[in-house]
Ligand binder design. Structure first.
Ligand code: HOZ
Length: 458
């Protein structure tokens, strides 16, 4: 059982000053009941609460902590950058380095524009696609979350879904009328939508591996079909890699699945945990942005030196993994069974971040599956590398409709049981879990033991 006195006092005060006591709804524990705890510090795979409890953390600041919290190189980079100033609103050299690094790691990116969050990145990518194609409509998928811009907050995942409001109040119908929503993993629905809107669809935006309604994977051939149909219709294919970028492979989901989108959106990961976003892709599309072209997009803090320094340190650390140990297949954009196997083998030497993430993900998956099986609890466990979700259902989960069949009451009990055992999972059945290179074998074993104990009581 974790202690709560200081967290409770802080939350009581927060409720007086901040709506719902939190600055982002998913932190409020509404989906699982109870109150959030407050964090004093975070290091490696652990967060320490203000009441002094250390928890094994599988939220990882909602994804960015791929290298664990407070990685020494990231902290040192931020401190060094801060000595030279915290914001200029004038170009700084870090921006150039960051752009070069992103291009090296993600070959579909010819040019990239920095912004301040994943929300800004997706909102700007949609505007850019519309400006480039001179079309208004775009397709998104139900349960996918691309931040909280008006036109994207339609059948959204994450907090919007968690709290039962996938369509937010405050979004005028006129602002969302060009947003076409389809089920994920459904080829026929895509065909029908393109047939019904010939020459009208500016973009398709997709989380290639949706991680905002739990986690589900693309069926074999689905992303390939999406690439093909968008190319045929002159529609801009946008991959939202805010959570998958630099995590599922050095070049993100697009490298892992061998697809080249036209535009990609990135977020918190490229800030090493500081507030950052970016969108990039084909040069002919990106050059439509002001000051070169007619599509306006801007930001005083875009390319902020502290955020850039942190992100550069994170990407260099991840990128060095690729250069040392996984050059050939990764460079060719391949992530097949063979390359995964060779990475798994090299995990034994412990230096390749992606091999470690893969191996840790596999170990956690097998432990949690065993725990559920021994307890006789039906769980569908979806995993892609270091992202995972256990749904309390016996049926496979390939889309939002499947995810909605999960037993959320059981998830609540599981969540609180795990927390009492010192393991922090995201406080919603509709969020993904994240491993980092800092999770140790011992952390994973502790987690498996905790899950076995808790599952017996569900
Ligand atoms: N929605 C994101 C997680 N799936 C970020 C967390 C947040 O909204 O605060």
């Amino acid at each position: 059982m974790i202690s709560r006195a200081k967290s409770e006092a802080l939350f009581a005060e927060a409720l007086q000053h901040i709506p719902g006591g939190v600055n982002s709804p998913v932190r409020a524990f509404r989906a699982v009941g109870g109150q959030p705890f407050f964090v004093q510090s975070a290091k490696g795979a652990r967060v320490t609460t203000v009441d002094g409890d250390e928890l094994i953390d599988y939220v990882g600041t909602w994804g960015p902590a791929i290298l664990g919290h407070s990685h020494p190189k990231i902290i040192a980079a931020v401190k060094a950058a801060a000595d030279h100033g915290t914001s200029f609103g004038i170009p700084n050299p870090f921006e150039v380095t960051m752009a070069r690094l992103i291009k090296q790691l993600v070959p579909s990116v010819d040019k990239v524009r920095m912004c301040n969050s994943g929300t800004e990145a997706c909102m700007s990518a949609i505007r850019l696609a519309r400006g480039f194609t001179r079309r208004d409509k775009f397709i998104k998928f139900d349960g996918c979350y691309h931040g909280h811009a008006d036109c994207l907050l339609v059948k959204a995942g994450s907090g919007a879904l968690t709290f039962g409001n996938p369509d937010s109040a405050g979004v005028p119908a006129d602002f969302a009328k060009h947003t076409l929503v389809l089920p994920y993993n459904d080829v026929e629905a895509l065909k029908a939508c393109f047939a019904a809107n010939p020459g009208e669809i500016a973009a398709v935006i997709i989380e290639p591996v949706p991680g905002n309604a739990g986690l589900y994977l693309p069926r074999p051939g689905y992303l390939e079909f999406l690439r093909q149909i968008t190319a045929e219709h002159g529609t801009v294919l946008i991959f939202d890699e805010v959570m998958t970028g630099f995590r599922l492979a050095p070049g993100g989901a697009q490298e892992r699945f061998g697809i080249r989108p036209d535009l990609s959106c990135f977020g918190k990961i490229i800030g090493g945990g500081l507030p950052v976003g970016a969108f990039g892709g084909r040069g002919d599309i990106m050059d439509c942005l002001a000051p070169l072209g007619p599509v306006y997009q801007a930001g005083t803090l875009s390319g902020n030196p502290l955020a850039m320094a942190a992100g550069i340190a994170a990407l260099e650390e991840l990128g060095s993994s690729r250069r040392e140990e996984a050059p050939s297949n990764a460079e060719r954009g391949m992530w097949n069974a063979e390359s995964s196997q060779s990475l798994l083998t090299s995990a034994a030497t412990g230096t390749n971040a992606y091999a470690q993430l893969e191996a840790k993900g596999a170990a956690l998956e097998s432990g949690l599956r065993d725990a559920a099986k021994s307890a006789g609890i039906p769980v569908t466990f979806n995993r892609c590398g270091s992202m995972f979700c256990g749904y309390f259902t016996s049926e496979p989960v390939w889309n939002l409709a499947d995810a909605m069949k999960a037993d959320r009451e059981r998830f609540k009990k599981f969540f609180h049981g795990m927390l009492a055992e010192g393991v922090y999972l995201a406080p919603s059945q509709f969020e993904a879990g994240f491993l980092s290179t800092a999770h140790t074998e011992a952390d994973i074993e502790t987690t498996m033991r905790a899950a076995a104990n808790v599952m017996k009581r569900l």
